[in-house]
Design a binder for this molecule. Structure first.
Ligand code: NAD
Length: 776
């Protein structure tokens, strides 16, 4: 069977987000909720949920087309429409009785063989199907999404003893390929994997912070970056997800977990949290939480709560010494640091890691499943077992013993061996049987990380590397910090092109960083600017243009495969690829004007060419020029791959991959298909006709309008003026054909002028210091 249509019941936070994400995958969805008493619009709950999502940031929908696929309805008038659904997702209140009552109603109307699943976060499947007919249980599973469903990659899948294997297989494959989720098979236990461990970690972290007298800033500083946990840490995360969730989840877990489970024993009273909830201080959605922003003399002041008194005070950045120790000497140094922050790290992590070790195989057959769940569901960089490996299994066992605490059986079984080991055949994991087993990947998943573990790069320098990924395809990887591009990146690319031409069939440009590339390395640029190395900077611009041009006209197909941010020079390299296979969560943009310059690695030229040859554009030369002027002038970043197509940062025929882990395989397959189809490099465009000064004047009129409205700053005017000159073709006229080289020369000239401007330098400095554009 195939999922072609879906329905979601419950239009709350999760239900509406799940409906949106199904629509992102191109699936029509019916979204139903109850009819509130006396409601005039009987589908008001689903309808308002859709309206709310239209305005939400980050956006639940990837495109306006997706938003049109969700139809609102209600559970009284539209129940018979459920017959059309291949998959019905239940996301109503977390109450077993309410869920079961709903299932009885669903059983009467749903099509035979359709799949029903619950999004419950805590309730085991066995409870949910109690009293329901076997026909229902056979088609029933738990699909536990994380909030927000579009962005959180984890999906925990739980099948019951009666669940048809085919139903589980269909959902698993659909969630993986079409929804892009990392599907982790969980056992039928309360809270499944991520929330069982994550919830325990949070409660321990709150409790220990209060016990050891840490400030919330100190606790968050320790329990984040140094451990590989997002910078929200503990208290920042609670503010984000809503503090009211803490007692709710704890109550449900307390009811469901067997006596003696340490989660229950750790269910300390948290009077401060109770008080905060009673006062509406539930976090970012309420009147502030552990942190809050307060207006003071027109400025926003960040405050933090005092865990002892519950009163707010001005927030102070914490930079405990233990963090420095962790940086230079590793995780063990953090956990043994002789102050209260070190004791905190030890208390929280030793409890959490030991708890995780106790739970395998009860909650997951493999440690890989647990690690994946924490990485994808809580955005941890390392899962619990990977963290234990960083500490050493032997070391942790000894420390626990020395503290008079029990050593979990799995940790004892490891007996000093690591949980993961790298063998010639690939990565292996320790099983509950004490033997090593291969770390498995779903069929068709290709990870550069796996290739890198067992092979050496073909080429490599400090900023990039070239890998053989099999079948005659090479992979060019950025390796610098935040994948910022510099002279070394270009050097290696320039060396890679002839080498791939000689020895390989195709190349993909891909990496497994959070972001594909944040663009040119501004830090290096600023350094050069400060010492007046103009010629160095201009040489780098020239070299970028030449290298990207060589990429465009390479004798083999080049497929760009971005995920995350692809900005500035990182977007320009994609504009020069023969094709792009983008992760759905790719954010492309030419943002150079934000730092006071214009794209000068061929970005203006490529965008102009794309928009001028777009068959859907309105007539005349002006509309495409104006559109590119607007996109680059406003430093527009597309908020999804789908949106990037609207801006022509991606071409209509470029591919989109929903699952991050399938991106490399898809890009490689695309490259090979191009080879098979007899790929030839493109011919340079025949003469490009641009209107010259008349177009420039027209663009400047638009710009003056912005200035008058106060939407453009004085320096915006300078930068946009230079951009207008490039995009209008300089001193040309419409009869005079320009070559690509002419446009590149215009880019270089505008760049050279702007980069010397003190206001542009101020923008670059500000961006480096704050990560935000300066509006000067
Ligand atoms: P919510 O309160 O935002 O939404 C629940 C919706 O269900 C509401 O629109 C309500 O009108 C509707 N509803 C209530 N009773 C109903 C009934 N008897 N029949 C039909 N509809 C009914 O809740 P939520 O946060 O979206 O949670 C929904 C489910 O997802 C719960 O099982 C929860 O445990 C789970 N979950 C929540 C999160 C999260 O972060 N919020 C994460 C993962 C899973």
């Amino acid at each position: 069977m195939e999922i072609r249509q879906a329905a979601v019941i419950g239009a709350g936070v999760m239900g509406s987000g799940i409906a949106a994400h199904l629509a992102n995958a191109g699936i029509p969805v019916l979204l139903l909720d109850i009819v509130p008493e006396g409601a005039k619009d009987r589908s008001v709950l689903a309808r308002t949920a859709l309206e709310r999502m239209g305005k939400a940031d980050p956006a639940p929908f990837m495109s306006p087309e997706a938003a049109k696929l969700v139809a609102p309805g209600n559970l009284e008038d539209d129940l018979d429409r459920l017959e059309a659904a291949d998959w019905i997702v239940e996301a109503i209140v977390e109450e077993p009785e309410a869920k079961r009552q709903l299932y009885h109603r669903l059983e009467a109307v749903r099509r035979k063989g359709s799949i029903v699943s619950s999004n419950t976060s805590t309730i085991p499947l066995a409870y949910l199907v109690e009293g329901l007919p076997e026909s229902f249980a056979r088609d029933f599973l738990i699909t536990h999404f994380f909030n927000p469903p579009r962005y959180m990659r984890l999906l925990e899948l739980v099948a019951g003893p009666l669940t048809r294997p085919e139903a589980a297989a269909v959902l698993r494959d659909f969630a993986d390929r079409r929804l892009g989720k990392g599907v982790v098979l969980a056992k039928d236990t309360p809270g499944f994997i991520a929330n069982r461990i994550g919830g325990f970690w949070l409660r321990t972290a709150i409790h220990e912070a209060a016990r050891l007298g840490l400030t919330v800033e100190e606790a968050d500083a320790v329990m984040s970056g140094p451990v590989g946990i997002p910078k929200t840490g503990v208290f920042g995360l609670l503010d984000l997800v809503g503090i009211d969730l803490v007692p709710k989840v704890a109550a449900s877990m307390g009811r469901l977990l067997p006596p003696g489970d340490r989660y229950r024993e750790q269910a300390f009273d948290l009077p401060l949290i109770e008080r905060m909830i009673a006062e509406g201080r539930t976090g970012r959605k309420g009147k502030g939480g552990f942190y809050r922003l307060r207006e003071e003399g027109g400025r926003k002041v960040k405050e933090a709560i005092d865990l002892a008194t519950g009163r707010y005070r001005r927030s102070e950045r914490a930079r405990p010494e233990s963090i420095e120790a962790a940086k230079t000497q590793g995780l063990r140094a953090l956990l043994t640091y002789p102050d209260r922050t070190g004791r905190y790290a030890w208390a929280v992590l030793s409890e959490t890691l030991a708890y995780a070790a106790e739970l395998v195989p009860a909650i997951s057959d493999t440690i890989q499943g647990v690690d994946e769940a924490m990485r994808l569901g809580y955005n941890w960089k390392y899962g619990p077992f990977e963290l234990i490996d960083r500490l050493g299994t032997g070391w942790l066992a000894e420390q626990l013993q020395a503290a008079g605490r029990p050593v979990p059986p799995l940790l004892a079984l490891a007996a000093g061996r690591p949980f993961y080991r790298s063998e010639a055949g690939g990565l292996e994991q320790l099983g509950p049987d004490g033997a090593y087993h291969p770390v498995t990947r779903p069929e068709g998943v290709l990870l550069l990380a796996d290739i890198k573990r067992t092979t050496e790069p073909i080429l490599k320098n400090g900023s990039a590397a070239l890998w053989d990924i099999g079948d005659g395809v090479a992979c060019f990887e950025f390796t610098s910090k935040m994948n910022a591009l510099d002279g070394d990146t270009l050097d290696l690319l320039a060396r890679a092109i002839p080498l791939v031409a000689e020895r390989y069939r195709a190349m993909v440009i891909y990496n497994e960083g959070t972001n594909f590339s944040v663009g040119a390395n501004l830090g290096l640029a600023l350094f050069a600017l400060n010492v007046g190395l103009w010629s160095e900077i201009e040489a780098l611009v020239q070299k970028g243009q030449e290298t990207y041009r060589a990429l465009k006209y390479a004798s083999f197909p080049v497929v760009g495969a971005p995920s995350g941010l692809a900005l500035g020079g990182g977007c320009e390299i994609l504009l020069h690829c023969a094709a792009v296979q983008a992760h759905a969560e790719s954010y492309l943009g030419l943002v150079e004007t934000g730092v006071g310059i214009v794209p000068a690695w061929g970005g203006c030229k490529e965008m102009l060419l794309r928009h001028m040859t777009n068959p859907h554009r309105p007539g005349g030369p002006m509309p495409p020029i104006a559109r590119v002027f607007e996109l680059i002038g406003l430093a527009t970043v597309a908020k999804s791959a789908a949106e990037a197509k609207q801006h022509l940062y991606l071409r209509p025929e470029d591919g989109i991959t929903m699952n991050r882990d399938r991106l490399l395989a898809d890009a490689k397959a695309r490259a090979l298909a191009m080879v098979e189809a007899g790929w030839r490099p493109p011919a340079p465009p025949a003469g490009i006709h641009l209107p010259g000064p008349t177009a420039r004047t027209a663009l400047e009129l638009v710009l003056n309008g912005y200035v008058r409205l106060g939407k453009a700053t004085p320096h915006d005017r300078v930068v946009a003026g230079a951009l207008a000159e490039v995009l209008s073709g300089g001193d040309t006229d419409i009869t005079e054909p320009l070559a690509e080289a002419d446009l590149l020369a215009l880019e270089r000239r505008a760049f050279a002028r702007l980069v010397r401007h003190p206001a542009s330098i101020a923008r670059i400095e500000h961006m480096l210091e704050t990560g935000k554009p300066l509006r000067n």
